[in-house]
Design a protein around this ligand. Sequence first.
Ligand code: ASP
Length: 393
Amino acid sequence: MPHGMTRREFVRASAAAGLAAAVPGSLAGAAASGAERRVRGVAPLPGAPAVHVRGPARPVVIASENGGRFRNGGPQTCVEKAFSMIVEGRDVLDAVIAGVNIVELDPEDTSVGYGGLPNADGVVQLDASCMHGPKKRAGGVAALEGVRTPSLVARAVMDHTDHHLLVGKDAQAFARRMGFTIEDDLNTERSRRLWLEWKRRIDPEHWLDPEKRAEVGFRVGQQMIREGLLDESHYWGTIHCSGINAKGEICAVTTTSGLAWKIPGRVGDSPILGAGIYVDNAVGSAGSTGRGEANLYNLTSFLIVELMRRGMHPKDAALEGLKRIRANTVEKRLLNARGLPNFNIRFYVLNARGEYAGATLYAPRNDRFAVCTENGLEFVPLEPLLDGQPTDD
Ligand code: ASP
């Protein structure tokens, strides 16, 4: 980041420079001269710029950081794969799902698909959803066991049923009928070893009352993060990926093994439309990783898209969504010594013009998200709402 620039200015400047470089002269001129128009029937917030909809866009794929990291032994990361398919003219949802499949199948990512950290009983239960902007269709699965690529089962729910969400053993039965391979156990040696370590630490021989038990489970998980046994982004951990093509078609997918050591049957935000994912093709998309409960309570991805509809830039809309989460976090057990949330949550946001941003409640270490444009893969800092760390005393 250039010296003297705030993170916010840097991201804005990078996005603007990228847009100018990427959009052919005539399109850039059209955009600047107001080719965008307002969404019919929705008044912008006072003083807000007109909402841009449809029309030529800058193709781009964004994802949580793991979307630029894992390759499953192949040549491309999630965002690179999705971007290359988009510019080849492939369907945007096919592209982003092919991207996240790389991470789902990579056992090194312990937050997604095969090798994802299991629930409290040592069983890997997966959640996923997808939304197709132009088709206005969606599909999801929750608490699915035995399928390495839950995003593809979510896609099958979208393509082959009249429903948006199938859960548990019936989601698995559906997957079997659709021809997916069902495996007995999606643990890897690593995810099983980590689960056993967690089990050992919480001493299951001496069950505490349910509240204390949840507290102990959380505390032990945090301890394992501090000791470097677990990556924070894998304790919670998910991949969200959104993409837009030159025609302005937006699609998105979110897929996860959910919260590590969760109570069996717990479903997070990832498969819930409006929470872990939301797309409105005329406006943009938003998706999330982090504490799903905070997102389920606030339906923040929907909120962020609605704020963009009313004229907000992706970054401002994402920060506004995070403010809502902060305001609605009031239970003592969820607050740190400063009275602020003791968890983290992140949003990845794209608008219909191909502008994007990532924002986070806190930015521990080098917090960033993955982007792929015609310039290739890059990591962009997430904009933090709050200083310090979730566990600050
Ligand atoms: N949001 C996911 C969930 O709550 C987990 C995560 O992204 O870390 O299941």
